[in-house]
Design a binder for this molecule. Structure first.
Ligand SMILES: Nc1ncnc2c1ncn2[C@@H]1O[C@H](COP(=O)(O)OP(=O)(O)O)[C@@H](O)[C@H]1O
Ligand SMILES: [Mg+2]
Length: 280
């Protein structure tokens, strides 16, 4: 792992860096997108690393893929969660008032990764406005740098720095401007896991639920995928986990009833039950 100084001084300005989150995923199956991401991030002689975008529905494993790839590269992963409210300084350097009343300059996860030679995931990038994208456009071409208006310094990315963006394929997002799109290549598409992979993911993450309960949830997910609906691995995990807890707490229920109730409550929609007139 890269060394971690807490501050650096540039042009007389002290900049505070942030710590990477500690994250781990036991990645199951789905080698194709992992290979693609690692290939895109590799250097080829003097030809630099690429900046891929990872696309797929919510809950298919986009964030987990980036965590897994960073682990393969033995580099720290920093995550910037992009929202409609993300401002350029949130992506670069923010001024905050310190205890002594002075301004303290705090680097974003992105800038920290650039300085320390880590990896940055811009998570759910298509929620972010064009103005914010514009502020990091120079990072995404051969300049590999950003300029902080707030601190008055230019920050150059270390050679080991890598970046990728995840984008949810759902409607509640902005169109990313074309000149940015063309800098976020290649596109890595993620689809739902297979039945066997889904079973292994759920089984690996949940100790409590019976095998039978897990298999029923996987079946539900597979039916949903086949119908091109939006139930994801994350939904499946929550359905199995909540059904198991209902079973533990409510002695009057049985597995079937607990599952039906969990499906209703987790999906938050009237999807019906395991075999009702559901999943429309
Ligand atoms: N291939 C996989 N291996 C292990 N866990 C997975 C896999 N795909 C999805 N998951 C799990 O499913 C959940 C949702 O994944 P996440 O990466 O947050 O999805 P997304 O970022 O696409 O919304 C997480 O708990 C994650 O660990
Ligand atoms: Mg995500």
């Amino acid at each position: 792992m890269a060394q971690r100084p807490d501050t650096i001084t540039m042009k007389g300005v002290e900049i505070h860096l942030v710590d990477p989150p500690s994250l781990d995923v036991d990645w199951v199956g789905m080698q194709e997108p992992l290979t693609q991401l690692l290939a895109a991030w590799s250097e080829d002689g003097s030809d630099p690393a690429m900046q891929p975008r990872i696309l797929g529905k919510p809950g298919v494993g986009k964030t987990s893929l980036a965590i897994t790839a960073a682990k393969h590269m033995k580099q720290d992963l920093y995550i910037t969660q992009c929202t409609v409210d993300t401002k350029p300084e949130d992506l670069i350097i923010s001024p905050v008032i310190a205890d002594n009343g002075k301004i303290r300059y705090v680097a974003s996860p992105l800038v920290t990764a650039m300085i320390r030679g880590g990896i940055c995931l811009l998570d759910e990038g298509n929620r972010m406005s064009e103005k914010s994208w514009a502020s990091i456009a120079p990072l995404l071409d051969m300049r590999r740098s950003v300029y902080s208006i707030v601190a008055g310094v230019e920050i150059k990315a270390a050679p080991e720095f890598r970046v990728c963006v995840t984008m949810n394929e759902d409607a509640s997002t902005f169109e990313v401007p074309e000149y940015i799109h063309s800098r976020l290549q290649p596109a890595i598409h993620m689809d739902f896991p297979t039945r066997e992979e889904e079973y292994r993911i759920l089984r690996g993450k949940l100790d409590g639920p019976s095998d039978d309960l897990i298999r029923q949830v996987v079946e539900l997910l597979q039916v949903s995928h086949a119908r091109d609906e939006d139930l994801s691995v994350r939904d499946g995990l929550n359905i199995a986990r909540y059904a198991y807890r209902l079973l533990k707490f409510d002695k009057s229920t049985d597995e079937r009833k607990a599952l039906d109730q969990s499906i209703q409550q987790v999906t938050g929609e009237n999807r019906g039950t395991l075999d009702g007139p559901k999943l429309v």
